[in-house]
Design a protein around this ligand. Sequence first.
Ligand SMILES: NC(=O)c1ccc[n+]([C@@H]2O[C@H](COP(=O)([O-])OP(=O)(O)OC[C@H]3O[C@@H](n4cnc5c(N)ncnc54)[C@H](OP(=O)(O)O)[C@@H]3O)[C@@H](O)[C@H]2O)c1
Length: 246
Amino acid sequence: MNSVLITGCNRGIGLGLVKNLLTNNLAKSVIATCRDPNKAEELKELSQKYNNLHVFQLDLKDFNRYELLVKEVSDIVKGSGLNVLINNAGISSKFTRVNLVKAEQMTEHFLVNTTAPLLLTKAFIPLLKEASTLNSSAPLGVQRAAVINLSSVLGSIADNQQGGFYPYRCSKSALNAVTRSLSFDLKDYKILVMSLHPGWIKTDMGGKNALLDIEPASDTIVKLFLSLTDKHNGGFYQYDGKSVPW
Ligand SMILES: NC(=O)c1ccc[n+]([C@@H]2O[C@H](COP(=O)([O-])OP(=O)(O)OC[C@H]3O[C@@H](n4cnc5c(N)ncnc54)[C@H](OP(=O)(O)O)[C@@H]3O)[C@@H](O)[C@H]2O)c1
């Protein structure tokens, strides 16, 4: 891959993916965004070691910044487009039951988990198209152009047997709807779009009881990215490649 952009990289899965791509030398440019680069100590250390890591400030709620970020990324990739956009950053409220749900929480989750990935993808369509056109001999997948939306099995309506988690579940179900629509809207440009459940991972969001450690989980996720084909376009898959019901 020439270039991969990941949002929310100062910690958790985003940071794990950045480290994996850099140590395995999988992309010419790894573009990592975070809300406050000055406080992102691990990213700062990594960018001293790897000169193909580029860190940019991005708060997903700052929609006015998106076009400037596209310009900054264009300057990095210099006419080769963006191969992969990973919409990773997300939020999850701890209050789960119906008696505790609040309107502001619902709005906030939709803004960060659904609206932002959609609008960020919209902003990057020209660069994704550019990469897809330049790599037209490659099959549909990350070597050409792809958008990967970090969803969750909690966003699966079919799999919901426990209730609760309204803001998170609803915003991730809506993100899956975004994935599905984008996969049709970007089909002619040969840009693959998929939703990924990364597994239950030990991060601030996943908590310490989660099943998977960040490093091996990131490795599994990156392997899945590299194996994506047209069969995954518009689908919802988990880390081990199994399809997740909508
Ligand atoms: N961990 C799991 O078990 C699990 C399971 C299923 C799905 N996922 C999904 O995987 C993705 C990553 O999760 P994680 O476990 O790594 O979560 P995490 O440890 O809580 O990290 C979340 C990341 O998102 C960033 N973020 C939050 N709000 C943002 C905003 N408004 N603008 C920009 N960045 C923002 C955070 O930045 P700050 O540090 O600045 O807050 C942080 O970098 C999420 O989309 C999550 O829903 C995780």
